[in-house]
Design a protein around this ligand. Structure first.
Ligand SMILES: Nc1ncnc2c1ncn2[C@@H]1O[C@H](COP(=O)(O)OP(=O)(O)O)[C@@H](O)[C@H]1O
Ligand SMILES: [Mg+2]
Length: 228
């Protein structure tokens, strides 16, 4: 479902953040992206949902060629991909329910369908009873649950997460990982950048190591490995 061929990315400041990346990720995989800070992990995954454009090379996601995808068609791509960030990025003036419903309202679903879908995903992340609360009234772990609910409410085939446990304590991080495991077990592809060595070494999945804009290791069931 994701295929990158000889992908190169140079930012306007001259920094090369991807220096010839080749990778193929199949539907249903769970992939950790690890490596030191500044290695190019975020750039690698941002190119998958066209937050960043590659300078050269080919990127195909869900059958769409992102190199030639017109800007007006980017929202169509984004609807097929859920994205989860380290800092949650919830809308502070909207309550939990509204934060999750927002993703559906912009595509004009009927109110009845919206209600059903939102309550179903809030149940999955264990927040059905906090639907009317606002982000500031929630713990970090709860905010991340909302952001995960938002990312899957459109039932995307792919969820991309950039250090989703980076702001959370170890126990909360495990709870968040269990939710990603559940989502993956239902067939959704997960691509997750992380610095969490303990999680990577315990819940084994494919590990892609990025260093200096290159994939230096790609191993199914691999360990975190790198020191630092
Ligand atoms: N928008 C940007 N403009 C210029 N340089 C950037 C930008 N984003 C990232 N970089 C640079 O690209 C390199 C890779 O960054 P990034 O992909 O964020 O790495 P990581 O997520 O592994 O920490 C770094 O040197 C970083 O400073
Ligand atoms: Mg990053």
């Amino acid at each position: 479902m994701i295929e990158m061929t000889n992908v190169y990315k140079k930012y306007p400041n001259g920094i090369v953040a991807a220096n010839g990346i080749d990778v193929a990720i199949k539907q249903g995989e769970f992939v950790y992206v690890v490596g030191p800070s500044g290695a190019g992990k975020s750039t690698f995954i941002k190119m998958m949902y066209r937050e960043e454009r590659s300078t050269s090379g080919t990127i195909v996601v869900n059958g769409m060629n992102l190199a030639t995808l017109k800007n007006k068609n980017v929202p169509y791509l984004r609807r097929q991909i859920g994205v989860v960030f380290q800092d949650f990025k919830l809308l502070p003036r909207l309550n939990v329910y509204e934060n999750v419903a927002f993703a559906l309202e912009v595509i004009e679903e009927s109110p009845k369908i919206i209600r059903k879908k939102v309550m179903d995903v809030l149940e999955l992340v264990g927040l059905k009873n906090k639907a009317r609360m606002f982000p500031t009234e929630l713990s970090g772990g709860e905010q991340q649950r909302v952001s995960i609910a938002r990312s899957i409410v459109n039932t995307p085939k792919l969820v991309i997460a950039d250090e989703p446990t980076g702001n959370l304590d170890p126990e909360t991080s495990w709870e968040i990982m269990n939710i990603f495991e559940e989502i993956n077990s239902r067939g959704t592809t997960i691509v997750m950048a992380t610095h969490n060595r303990e999680i990577v070494n315990t819940i084994r999945h494919r590990v892609i190591v990025v260093e200096g804009g290159l994939i230096t290791r790609d191993e199914y069931g691999g360990d975190y490995g790198y020191e630092g």
